[in-house]
Design a protein around this ligand. Structure first.
Ligand SMILES: C[S@@+](CC[C@H](N)C(=O)[O-])C[C@H]1O[C@@H](n2cnc3c(N)ncnc32)[C@H](O)[C@@H]1O
Length: 196
């Protein structure tokens, strides 16, 4: 992986040149499975970008943290949260260098970010019965959407393997099976719970 300043510059450039009008949306793994969220707790949107997940979590009254290496993204998220009257703690942080500490979060959401060596830290960072919501792109996607670099693409069933120490509540990965005009085709999603 390239060093921090490379990653930060790359993502800052993307966020600075992207359209700023559209509201960031939560990933499907969270929006479609929000009924699994606890009523209270401390939660993290890891590599949050513009914070679509963090905003949903904060709207639900959860004590929300959002971390990303891009200061441009974090500034936008802070502005957006303030404009919606939402409380959240958004922080510029390189999660590879500074992963979450053990037993810190009741929920961790990760969408469209993959750094495999971080997975054990994510698992350790869950409280007893804590939940992870994970969604990112797969190798078997039917069209050129999302990253092309295989380092950032999940192989078949890989999320299941990465989080096999946890209780799997939900897994979805469809790839190119059947009618690719329908369904959830480009990514895999998983919700899993730490065994108390
Ligand atoms: C494809 S975006 C996804 C953003 C958001 N989670 C979403 O689903 O829209 C990947 C994000 O990872 C962030 N990122 C990349 N490397 C990082 C690192 N080492 N630490 C923290 N964030 C990082 C980027 O700044 C970018 O916001």
């Amino acid at each position: 992986m390239s060093d921090k300043s490379d990653q930060q510059s790359k993502w800052n450039l993307r966020y600075a040149s992207g359209a700023s009008g559209a509201l960031p949306r939560p990933a499907e793994v969270l929006s479609e499975n929000r009924h699994l969220l606890p009523k209270t707790g401390t939660v993290l949107d890891l590599a949050c970008g513009l914070g679509g997940n963090a905003l949903l979590l904060a709207q639900r009254g959860l004590q929300t943290h959002a971390w990303d290496i891009s200061n441009v993204a974090i500034e936008r998220l802070n502005d957006l949260a303030a404009s919606q009257g939402l409380l959240l703690d958004a922080e510029v942080r390189d999660v590879v260098r500074c992963p979450p500490s053990p037993n810190r979060f009741d929920v961790i959401v990760v969408s469209r970010f993959l750094h495999r060596p971080l997975v054990p830290d994510i698992i350790r960072a869950l409280s007893a019965s804590g939940l992870v919501f994970y969604q990112t792109f797969i190798e078997d996607k039917p069209a050129d959407v999302g990253p092309g670099n295989p380092e950032y693409l999940l192989s078949e069933n890989e999320l299941l393997q990465l989080f096999s120490a946890l209780r799997i509540l939900l897994y979805r990965e469809e790839g190119r099976v059947g009618d690719i005009a329908q369904g959830f085709r480009y990514e895999a999603m998983l919700v899993a719970q730490n065994r108390a």
